[in-house]
Ligand binder design. Structure first.
Ligand code: NAD
Ligand code: ZN
Length: 368
């Protein structure tokens, strides 16, 4: 059935987000409708409002949410009404070459589900009946969302919704970059550039992995304070040093792993430069498609350095989302502390402003 829903929409790149009442259609085959309980505000949502992530407007934002299944479409067997689910902005078909080799974030079919559902259509309509695209095949910054089952992961009902939501992006991305992409060993020396929701999770991933040194690098003192609370052993404010990479090297002698959680070529260069011999820099931040990174080619062979990327923490969502929530229940990951502030959906523009001002570890929109 059709449902009216308040939703956070980008109508035009470069303009503030708008809260609108939209229509969310019921599920078709292999789809479910979810009543959203909580949705985190991620920098990637903002990037989709500027065209840095070039999803066409009009676009319903949101890709980091948890909610309850309220309607299932034909053919759905893995979900039933009442199940708690977390959205995954990676659509994983489970059948293509990448999925069967254990790399669902590279799913060959996922490219069809960037700003529509996997079949290229949407279940979201504006006031004039026009189609509204959906961020990452999710569009979950809304009271209701109809998603394909390939974009949903069932989770334990005991976890508070606002915590579970964050596993859909920030936690999986940061912790996964450490666990899955880099595979940080105990005793490693590490650095994290950019202490937003993603970077904080890279820090706590490094803690859980047993890193010896964790250097947090940001230009915002409040973020560096949060970094210490999440387990950073050292902090560097880039406004107070001439060269961030050199400062990290001076402290550590060169790190084994560096994580770039900003999304800018010059910061990627810093992350690569602060590596010791044999080190790996992992690019997590999403840059403008035209952005370029320059590195000294000889250091690749001569120092056996690695520069690699990480998409949703190289997740296997159906395995990793419950695994991360298990680590939270075991007291090994902080999720409560990540939620600095919750917002009513009517205050979504404020939540975006607060993220850009660096006020929150994560701001989360909670629904009645
Ligand atoms: P955020 O806005 O919450 O945090 C960004 C942080 O970077 C802020 O603390 C800011 O002060 C800091 N910063 C800005 N410029 C800096 C610089 N030059 N040097 C050091 N720090 C700097 O953002 P977020 O939600 O944590 O997202 C971070 C990045 O990760 C974004 O680019 C986002 O699009 C991307 N992202 C990637 C994935 C993925 O799958 N790879 C998933 C989610 C988000
Ligand atoms: Zn995100």
């Amino acid at each position: 059935m059709d449902r009216k829903a308040k939703a956070v929409v980008c109508r035009e790149w470069g303009q503030p987000v708008q809260v609108e009442t939209i229509t969310v259609e019921g599920p078709k085959r292999d789809e479910i409708t979810v009543k959203i309980a909580a949705c985190g505000v991620c920098h990637s949502d903002h990037s989709a409002t500027t065209g840095k992530i070039p999803y066409p407007a009009p676009l319903v934002l949101g890709h980091e949410a948890a909610g309850v299944v309220i309607e299932v479409g034909e053919g759905v067997t893995a979900f039933k009404e009442g199940d708690h689910v977390v959205s995954s902005f990676i659509s994983m078909c489970g059948k293509c070459r990448q999925c069967v080799r254990g790399r669902p974030v590279l799913c060959e079919n996922a490219r069809k589900a960037m700003f529509t559902l996997p079949d290229g259509t949407v279940r979201t309509k504006g006031a004039d009946g026009e189609d509204l695209n959906v961020f990452g095949a999710c569009g979950v910054m809304a009271e209701y969302a109809t998603m394909h089952v390939d974009n949903c992961v069932k989770v334990d009902e005991s976890v508070p919704m606002q915590n579970a939501a964050l596993v859909g992006c920030a936690v999986m991305t940061g912790v996964g970059a450490v666990f899955n992409t880099a595979k940080v060993e105990p005793g490693s020396r590490t650095a994290v550039f950019g202490i937003g929701g993603v970077g904080l999770n890279a820090i706590q991933g490094c803690v859980a992995a047993g890193a010896e040194m964790i250097v947090a690098v940001d230009n915002n003192e409040k973020k560096l304070q949060m970094a210490r609370e999440f387990g950073a052993t050292h902090t560097i404010n880039i406004n107070e040093v001439e060269d961030g990479a050199r400062a990290v090297k001076k402290l550590t002698g060169g790190v084994d792993y560096a994580f770039e959680c900003v999304g800018a070529g010059p910061v990627v260069e810093q992350a690569y430069k602060c590596l010791g011999r044999g080190g790996t820099a992992v690019v997590v931040g999403v840059s403008d498609p035209k952005d370029k990174t320059s590195i000294t080619t000889l250091t690749l062979p001569a120092d056996e350095k690695t520069l690699k990327g990480s998409w949703l923490g190289s997740a296997r969502p159906q395995y990793d989302f419950p695994r991360i929530l298990g680590l939270y229940r075991a007291g090994k990951l902080k999720l409560d502390e990540l939620v600095t502030r919750t917002y009513h959906i009517d205050d979504a523009p404020q939540a975006f402003d607060d993220m850009l001002a660096g006020k929150n570890a994560r701001g989360v929109i909670v629904f009645d």
